[in-house]
Design a protein around this ligand. Structure first.
Ligand code: AVJ
Length: 324
């Protein structure tokens, strides 16, 4: 299948990815507060587990966002305007973009960006069947790196960056600002951003979403240790670690950790790491925003917030902002 001439250009070979993973893991396990970059949670097994999380009753985010989209789809489509091109960083299976593209007035192109080539190609095939006129060009790469943005085809059409799923929550406030500034740098006056974000709410609701009663999030978190074991010759005993997730109200984020249940030593890539009983590896942050926080974030990064949609419990928001 043709996927456009941007396929794979500049994609680091698998060996570079493995070395980067190794560097990041060894560095992360060497700091006082052990930490691992959350992007490594999303290998093939992790992505499947994350999809299972999205179906959980306890994980209100996915269905709440989906309900907002369903209800506001026509309004969003009209705000996006005719013949716009949609660019989606971290598109994954593109399931959120599909109904939006179908509702939009003659969209000129769809550019999904993701590290997972297989998932993008499947999604392209599915969407192309439904929307045969639409130009779809998957861009394979990490949207937090510069090179993918350079590989976006340049057309004269109005651009809208589509960033749903509360992916913004994985970034610290500083990183989120840098990311939105980078988005703004891709856009021209009048271009837009459609951003989904999880809102600050009761900590019991938040904590249940990240410590679900089906233990899927636990499996998702521990999958990172399995991944280190298989890819970096590690000997983590996943039973000697517990999943922990709590809402840090001052930092406005849910933190996910793996807690060592005993004093132990773990070997990774031939290096030894000591764990005290109760010591943790910080594996993910999920930042929560208030509506004014989101407006400030948008205003401080070159956007003008235009419109938002939320659910009746105000658990989740989707913001539309423009470059003035
Ligand atoms: C993919 C960042 C939106 O923070 O809610 C879900 C990731 N981690 N459960 C989130 C996640 C554990 C998720 N995001």
């Amino acid at each position: 299948m043709a996927i456009g001439n941007t396929d794979g250009v500049g994609l680091p070979p698998g060996e570079n990815l493995r070395r980067q993973f190794e560097r990041d893991v060894l560095a992360g396990l060497s700091t006082t507060q052990k930490t691992l970059p959350c992007k490594y949670l999303y290998d093939e097994a992790g992505s499947k587990l994350f999809e299972a999380i999205c179906d959980l009753d306890d994980y209100y985010l996915t269905r709440t966002e989906a309900a907002i989209f369903t209800r506001a789809l026509d309004e969003m489509a009209s705000v996006l305007g005719r013949e716009a091109q949609l660019i989606e960083p971290g598109a994954g299976n593109c399931e959120k973009a599909e109904p939006l593209l179908a509702a939009m007035d003659n969209p000129s192109a769809y550019y999904p960006l993701d590290i997972s080539r297989e998932i993008l190609l499947q999604a392209q095939q599915r969407i192309q069947q439904r929307l045969p006129q639409l130009e779809i060009v998957p861009i394979i790469g990490d949207f937090t790196a510069d090179d993918v943005w350079g590989r976006l085809p340049q057309s004269g059409a109005r651009k809208v960056i589509f960033f749903p799923g509360s992916t913004i929550g994985n970034f610290s406030h500083e990183q989120a600002r840098a990311l939105l500034i980078r988005f703004a740098g891709q856009l021209n006056p009048g271009d837009g951003l459609l951003l989904g974000a999880d809102l600050v709410k009761d900590s019991v609701v938040l904590e249940r979403a990240y410590h679900d009663s089906n233990h899927v999030t636990e499996a998702f978190n521990k999958n990172l240790l399995n991944r280190i074991n298989s890819e970096l010759n590690g000997d983590f005993n996943t039973e000697a670690f517990a999943h922990r997730a709590f809402y840090h109200s001052f930092r406005q984020r849910v933190e996910m950790h793996l807690v060592s249940l005993v004093e132990q030593q773990v070997s990774v890539s031939g290096r030894q790491f000591q764990f005290a009983e109760g010591e943790t590896i910080h594996t993910e942050n999920s930042h929560k925003y208030t509506l004014p926080d989101l407006q400030d974030l948008l205003r401080n990064t070159g956007f003008s917030p235009e419109k938002y949609w939320t659910d009746n419990k105000q658990h989740y928001a989707i913001y539309y902002a423009q470059i003035p």
